[in-house]
Design a protein around this ligand. Structure first.
Ligand SMILES: *Cc1c(COP(=O)(O)O)cnc(C)c1O
Length: 517
């Protein structure tokens, strides 16, 4: 015996059993989080590529030269797809992309969040480099629909986040609303292509023009949609490096690059700008640390898988997967638009969209999107609930249900479309869960009522927070999974002060991974 405590086969069997409890990652039943190409060969390719580099440390591409080669390959691919390739003087926009200030360079990161964090860190340090000594806190200006990764970046890196309201009916951004917020303290403007909540393709060219005129950096967050839109069958307004004034762009390979989780790419226009992304120190007695990303030692597996997929698929492979996704998205949107009481929010672009109540019809015909999602879930379809939110100007964005469509969805469109219709029929006329009523119910369940809770805000200790979660039925039950009905949970999220909601959710997530017993 080799001194093992357990038989590896037993351990793997245990893991397989645990996996049975997961939401299904394949087959199109989960319309968020997972991006299924529907091609089993790609999954197998990923696994084999990752295995080949399993022991490699991606930390040092000079020691592990395969990492440098694969990273250059992916950056080159992305740069071409997103129109950042050197095309000499007189390219589409007249810029010379062989010039050091115009050349598009990039980094492979561990995911969209890391790409966004690094875009902010880079812009902050570039801003500081020209405003040495200014005591001001730099600001990020972005529509409220910008991904939460930028909230995280602002918090981690000490910037203020200035969220610009969008049209409450359609979720669209007016470039003038961004322009109104610009000033010397703005280190970065961020727009999305498209946004996660409503799939709005922000007016990149118009925003870029005003940013460029003022020398302000502009990031296009194409994390979710980038590798789908790059091959999208419909004509789209220009949104990538073809637009002068776009200084960086993020796109996730673990979304519509069909790679396993842990890989995204951040592209930046200008070598000198991009050098601000690096952390470096020789100020310790160990090896010089020079990192373009946040981690030190890092896996090469996701990089290798993503590289292998881009090599195998090529433009044609991506285009045919995007075409499948586009057909499925169009079909599902048509289904939803045909359901009385629901509406697709705004004019979504790319492989995702959000659904809200259609308030133009009489109340008894309206369908609440959260009840709808809960009903669909009972039939085995996982849609994602999104809360309503009040914007800085007092207008209210509706609560919605989100669908991310992937190539495999096309294979299940008839089944899914039928389920969406049936789910709507089951809940038509049922009003939205009243958050205030849920709160009142909570007050009854709490020994001291609701007042102390609301007063405690974010200052709850972990035992009080856990007790509360138990009272709501979110913690302490058997299994520990999500409740069958998510609509009341989302109603509570909307009704409670956001600081308190945040604190409770922290407790929930922290307790989920606490060892039991
Ligand atoms: C998914 C996403 C991100 C964050 O990416 P992760 O890979 O989940 O870290 C950022 N922006 C948008 C628009 C996204 O959809």
């Amino acid at each position: 015996m080799n001194g093992f405590r357990r038989d590896p086969e037993d351990v793997l069997a245990e893991l397989a059993a645990l996996r049975e409890g997961d939401a299904p990652t394949h087959g199109g039943r989960v319309l968020s989080y997972v991006y299924d190409s529907g091609l089993a060969e790609l999954d197998e390719l990923s696994a084999r590529a990752a295995r080949l580099v399993q022991p490699v440390n991606g930390l040092d591409p000079t020691t592990f030269t395969s990492v440098a080669a694969m990273e250059a390959g992916i950056v080159g691919f992305a740069r071409r797809v997103f129109h950042g390739e050197a095309d000499g003087v007189g390219g589409a926009d007249g810029a010379d992309r062989s010039d050091s200030a115009e050349v598009v360079v990039g980094t492979v990161t561990s995911g969209g969040t890391e790409s966004c964090l690094l875009a902010v860190k880079t812009a902050r340090d570039a801003w500081r480099s020209v405003r040495a000594g200014t005591p001001r806190v730099p600001r990020i200006v972005a529509p409220i629909t910008v991904h939460a990764a930028f909230h995280k970046a602002a918090e981690y890196f000490g910037l203020a986040l200035d969220l610009v309201p969008v049209d409450p009916q359609t979720g669209t951004l007016a470039a003038s609303a961004i322009e109104d917020r610009l000033g010397d303290d703005v280190a970065l403007v961020v727009v999305s292509a498209p946004s996660y909540p409503f799939a709005t393709l922000d007016p990149v060219a118009d925003v870029a023009a005003v940013c460029r005129a003022r020398g302000i950096a502009l990031h296009v967050d194409a994390c979710i949609g980038g590798f789908a839109l790059g091959f999208w069958p419909d004509d789209l307004p220009t949104w990538d490096f073809a637009v002068p004034g776009v200084t960086s762009l993020s796109a996730d390979l673990h979304k519509y690059g069909y790679a396993p989780k842990g890989v995204s790419v951040l592209l930046t226009r200008g070598r000198d700008r991009q050098r601000h992304q690096y952390f470096r120190t020789t100020g310790w007695p160990g090896y010089p640390v020079v990192n373009p990303t946040m981690t030190g030692s890092k896996p090469a597996g996701p990089l290798a898988a993503a590289w292998a997929i881009t090599e195998v698929l090529g433009d044609e492979g991506f285009a045919s997967l995007s075409a499948k996704t586009a057909r499925a998205t169009a079909a599902l949107r048509e289904t939803v638009e045909g359901i009385e009481g629901l509406r697709v929010v705004g004019r979504p672009t790319g492989p995702l969209f959000a659904v809200a109540t259609d308030e133009r019809v009489e109340e008894h015909l309206r369908v609440d999107p959260h009840h709808w999602a809960d009903a669909a879930r009972q039939a085995g379809w996982f849609l994602q609930l999104q809360p309503g939110i009040v914007q800085a100007d007092g207008s209210r964005l509706p609560h919605t249900t989100h669908l991310t469509v992937t190539p495999v969805t096309e294979d299940v469109v008839p089944e899914l479309a039928a389920a969406l219709v049936v789910a709507a029929d089951a809940v038509r006329g049922v009003p939205k869960v009243d958050g205030e009523l849920v709160l009142a119910g909570l007050a009854d369940a709490l020994p001291g009522g609701l007042e102390p809770l609301l007063a405690s805000d974010a200052g709850l200790d972990s035992d009080t927070a856990a007790g509360l979660l138990g009272a709501i039925g979110l913690l302490g039950g058997e299994g520990g999974g999500l409740p069958a009905q998510m609509a009341p949970v989302l109603a509570l999220v909307e009704a409670l002060p956001s600081q308190l909601t945040g604190r409770l959710l922290v407790e929930l997530l922290a307790r989920v991974v606490e060892p039991r017993g």
